[in-house]
Ligand binder design. Structure first.
Ligand SMILES: [Zn+2]
Length: 393
């Protein structure tokens, strides 16, 4: 164990270490002779109510005046908007991830989290709309105000260096009062000349004036209702999400797949499902679940039995046998069908409880819910396809 760090080691800040992992940004920062200079032009940043509401709603789940300040956690997200002349419209704010406890020293994690976020997957629908694109990012500073830490600056560089209109928003619920919305817009003054000489990135960010649409007073008066609602229902939201994850996803759906699996597992995404439908002539992949294999075999046996009768020409016997087989087959599917139905109903009930807070869920929470629905829908559809295909024979 070393008691003292060598002077060389000492010189390296966490920030610098984090930079080394991102050679592109390192190059960017060192490349002081960038051709593309930041041209100061008139920019008016307009923050829409929709975006503000979503930032506050998500932030309040992780930090509010009813929680102990040591429990407060920061949250992060992206901003969607468009540029119209000198107006930069911040139309939507997407909650992405909750972070570390507030007040704790900034860690690399913050930057990595933002860098790892694949925005497109989650919010493609929004981004596809009109000329909207990712106009910046936002995060919270519960209890410690509006400034950019070195890592914040680094994160912001990632946005403003590629888009001179980019903006970062910071929300601090403790700054929200009768005169303030608790939110500030921050930008780097000159992204072409960041200095790495000091241990901290340039502190030359600026707070930009935000125009609130429809209006600042309305923001302040309307947001308190949402804050009270979120505070009151915060635990219910968390508990419901926990239930959806543990009981529905990790328990019920897993059981359904283990006992009555229909779709090949771990074989890419479920959208390839069509190639495994019942009556294709193709060979079935080796990793079909046991239950599916059992059904396939059963279907083949039924077909053989019926074909024999067909050849024999005994129509009444054929008809009788067909009814019998259909009954038999339907019976095999009864349990999984009911099981799936029960899970879907449970899922629907739970979603109903939190649907009005949907905007205040983060990307992984929303993705989890969507994936569950896709899985259950696919299962139910496959079950139906199998039934139809066997019964029409
Ligand atoms: Zn920060």
């Amino acid at each position: 164990m070393k008691l003292f760090k060598s002077s060389d080691e000492k010189k390296k800040s966490t920030y610098e270490e984090s930079l080394e992992k991102y050679p592109e940004l390192m190059n960017f920062i060192h490349n002081k002779k960038r051709k593309e200079h930041f041209i100061q032009k008139e920019q008016n940043f307009i923050l829409y109510w929709e975006a503000y509401k979503r930032i506050v709603g998500y932030a309040i789940r992780y930090a509010n005046d009813e929680m102990k300040s040591k429990e407060w956690r920061e949250v992060y997200g992206i901003l969607i908007g468009s540029v119209e002349g000198s107006y930069i419209l911040i139309k939507e704010a997407i909650p992405m991830v909750s972070g570390d406890r507030a007040g704790v020293e900034y860690e690399n994690k913050q930057y990595v989290d933002m860098a790892n976020i694949d925005h497109r997957i989650y919010e493609k629908a929004i981004i596809d709309k009109e000329n909207d694109f990712i106009i910046g990012w936002w995060h919270t500073h519960p209890g410690f105000g509006f400034f950019y830490s070195p890592v914040d600056t680094l994160t912001h560089l990632g946005y403003q260096s590629v888009n001179s209109n980019a903006i970062g928003l910071i929300f601090d619920h403790t700054k929200l009062d009768k005169k303030s919305t608790g939110i500030a817009g921050l930008r780097l003054k000159d992204v072409s000349k960041p200095s790495i000489k000091s241990h901290h990135l340039p502190s030359d960010y600026e707070i930009v004036e935000l125009i609130f649409k429809p209006g600042k007073e309305q923001f302040i008066s309307d947001i308190s209702e949402l804050i009270d609602d979120i505070k009151k229902n915060k635990d219910k939201i968390d508990d419901t999400l926990k239930y959806i994850k543990n009981t529905i996803k990790n328990n019920a759906i897993k059981k359904l797949e283990d006992q009555f699996g229909l779709l090949p597992q771990n074989k890419g995404d479920l959208s390839n499902r069509d190639s495994y439908t019942w009556d294709t002539e193709e060979d079935f992949p080796q990793d079909l679940p046991t239950f599916r294999k059992f059904l396939e075999e059963k279907g083949e046996q039924f077909k053989e039995r019926l074909d024999k009768l067909k050849i024999s020409g005994d129509v009444s016997k054929y008809k009788k046998e067909k009814v019998k087989i259909q009954k038999e087959f339907k019976k095999e599917l009864e349990v999984p069908k009911d099981f799936c139905k029960t899970i879907i109903q449970d899922y629907k009930d739970k979603i109903k409880e939190i649907i009005r807070y949907w905007d205040y869920l983060d990307s992984s929470e929303r993705l989890m819910c969507e994936e569950i629905l896709t899985k259950l829908t696919n299962y139910a559809e496959t079950l139906r396809d199998i039934t139809i295909n066997v019964l029409k024979k």
